[in-house]
Design a protein around this ligand. Structure first.
Ligand code: IMP
Length: 188
């Protein structure tokens, strides 16, 4: 088992996806009870920075916050930073209804990982381009996984194993950037 970094999240899928990547650089994340204090902002980076800095000031140990969202191009980026709320309220079927029979179904997921540690906060960002499917498919993963088909695949994220999703996903790519950085820095 490698060195452990705290992560302020209650989402076990995020933890598993990030750990699957971090294992490769000798780290793992461990969910902690620190609240992820979320400001309202149109910027995932601002949200993640604020949450990471407040979590660090409570925990006094290296801590990660991951903030993500689904951006649908023909809806001008909606739901973006409000994805968790939109998922809870109108859900997958509500998003499919908003798109109707539109042929432009381009969308992307974005992930921002902020790591707060002794020397400050570093941010890793990545996007996964793709399309919104016409109907939900698959049972794996979480959130909007059943309706997102990443570029380069025919499957939705919910039809993929965690490992396969990580090769395409915003979170997998951001975690790889974090992994590379961790190999070159001492955060203790
Ligand atoms: P937050 O990062 O916890 O604020 O939530 C982001 C929201 O975006 C989640 O509740 C999901 O609805 C959606 N989301 C983010 N990443 C993914 C993903 O990898 N798959 C499916 N939905 C996601």
């Amino acid at each position: 088992m490698g060195a452990t970094i705290a992560i302020a999240t209650g989402n076990r899928h995020k933890v598993e996806e990030i750990n699957n990547v971090l294992r490769g650089c000798g780290y793992q994340v461990e969910p902690v009870d620190a609240p992820k204090i979320e400001i309202q902002s149109d910027s995932l980076v601002e949200i993640a920075l604020f949450a990471a800095s407040t979590a660090y000031s409570l925990l006094h140990r290296p801590v990660i916050v991951e903030d993500s969202g689904l951006f649908i191009e023909s809806l001008n980026g909606f739901p973006g930073p409000y994805s968790a709320y939109v998922y809870k309220t109108i859900g997958i079927n509500g998003v499919l209804r908003l798109l109707g029979s539109r042929s432009d179904r381009k969308a992307y997921f974005k992930s921002v990982i902020a790591l707060a540690y002794r020397d400050g906060i570093v941010v890793f960002e990545a996007e996964a381009p793709g399309e919104i499917a016409r109907e939900p498919r698959g049972t794996q993963g979480f959130g909007f996984d059943p309706i997102f088909v990443p570029e380069g695949s025919e499957k939705t994220f919910a039809e993929m194993s965690l490992e396969e999703k990580n090769t395409f996903s915003h979170r997998g790519k951001a975690a790889k950037k974090l992994c590379t950085w961790l190999k070159e820095h001492d955060i203790k």
